[in-house]
Design a protein around this ligand. Structure first.
Ligand SMILES: NC(=O)C1=CN([C@@H]2O[C@H](COP(=O)(O)OP(=O)(O)OC[C@H]3O[C@@H](n4cnc5c(N)ncnc54)[C@H](O)[C@@H]3O)[C@@H](O)[C@H]2O)C=CC1
Ligand SMILES: O=C([O-])CC(=O)C(=O)O
Length: 268
């Protein structure tokens, strides 16, 4: 079987873990290329890891890869998706919050025959949410609690003069829709964007965000009420080297990549 060629756009907390795993060997998959903001730094890291892969520009990824894992800042989503989707290829999008204001990327995938894959990422239960969405979902509500350092610097906090420094008790810093949360916290709550895309959309999916000095983990809890089932889910994510990103996120990418070529697929 010809291996599926995987590209990685963004060599940070998620990208490095995915690159390492692909280089160690995943059946039916090969690391085909990497794109980074600083190509010299990327080459030095790959060399230090003994990983052989070309460092290429975002626009030339389609000639190297069948599927690109987007694990870069939200601001570069267009530059990663457009070339790949125009070439009828796949992009696994981690910056899910940046997809909400860009429905044209989904339209591009539709018109060209490419595909955007949003993995479950740092979340839980998108299998059940997508299943329930085949029927009627009445409501989806999410509450996120993060250590203050996992929220510091978010545009919503800066614009509203909300400080999370030196908190001694939990502070609710936001309540609103997934669409508003993705704008105000573009690097902190991609999870609610993925939840919205799986279920009832960004305007009806609601979220509260708490800066909680009492937690060490990024905690998400979700309640779904549908005509097929009512369910609650929660997950406590251990932060990776990037305090905003749970360790499980890169593992979710690996699981989603493995499904691309697996003889047995478990879960939707
Ligand atoms: N969907 C989900 O469940 C989750 C999504 N995320 C999102 O995934 C993305 C990646 O997260 P991390 O790896 O933790 O971030 P990170 O900040 O550790 O790494 C991002 C990397 O992208 C690189 N980069 C910047 N500009 C670039 C460009 N023009 N081309 C290529 N690379 C570029 C940076 O230099 C950095 O190495 C972020 O948008 C984050 O918000 C994070 C956690 C969960
Ligand atoms: O959704 C995100 O951007 C990251 C997150 O909450 C987590 O890793 O728990």
């Amino acid at each position: 079987m010809v291996p599926m060629r995987i590209g990685i756009a963004g060599l940070g907390a998620i990208g490095r873990t995915v690159a390492r795993a692909l280089a160690d060997g995943m059946p039916g998959l090969e690391l085909a290329c990497v794109a980074a903001r600083d190509p010299g730094k990327a080459r030095a890291w790959l060399e230090s890891q003994g990983i052989v892969a070309p460092v290429v520009k975002l626009e030339s990824m389609p000639s190297h890869a069948d599927l690109v894992v987007e694990c870069a800042p939200a601001s570069v989503l267009d530059d990663i998706c457009r070339p790949m989707l125009s070439a009828r290829k796949k992009v696994m999008v981690l910056s899910a919050g940046a997809l909400l204001p860009r429905p044209e990327l989904i339209e591009l995938a539709r018109s060209k025959g490419g595909q955007i894959i949003v993995p479950t990422g740092a979340l839980i239960g998108l299998d059940a949410v997508t299943a329930a969405a085949q029927g009627t979902i009445h409501s989806v509500r999410m509450v996120t609690r993060k250590p203050p350092r996992g929220l510091a610097g978010a545009p919503y906090l800066v614009e509203n003069g909300i400080s999370v420094d030196g908190l001694t008790a939990p502070l609710r810093v936001f309540a609103g829709s997934a669409r508003e949360a993705a704008i105000g916290f573009p690097a902190n709550v991609n999870v609610v964007a993925a939840l919205a895309l799986a279920g009832i959309g960004p305007d009806r999916t609601t979220i509260e965000i708490w800066a909680d000095p009492g937690v060490e983990r990024n905690c998400h809890s979700i309640e779904v009420d549908a005509d097929s089932a009512k369910f609650s889910m929660s997950i406590e994510n251990i932060p990776s080297e990037n305090p905003r990103t749970g360790r499980i996120t890169a593992l979710s990418v690996l699981a989603a990549l493995a499904k691309q070529r697996a003889p047995l697929r478990v879960g939707t």
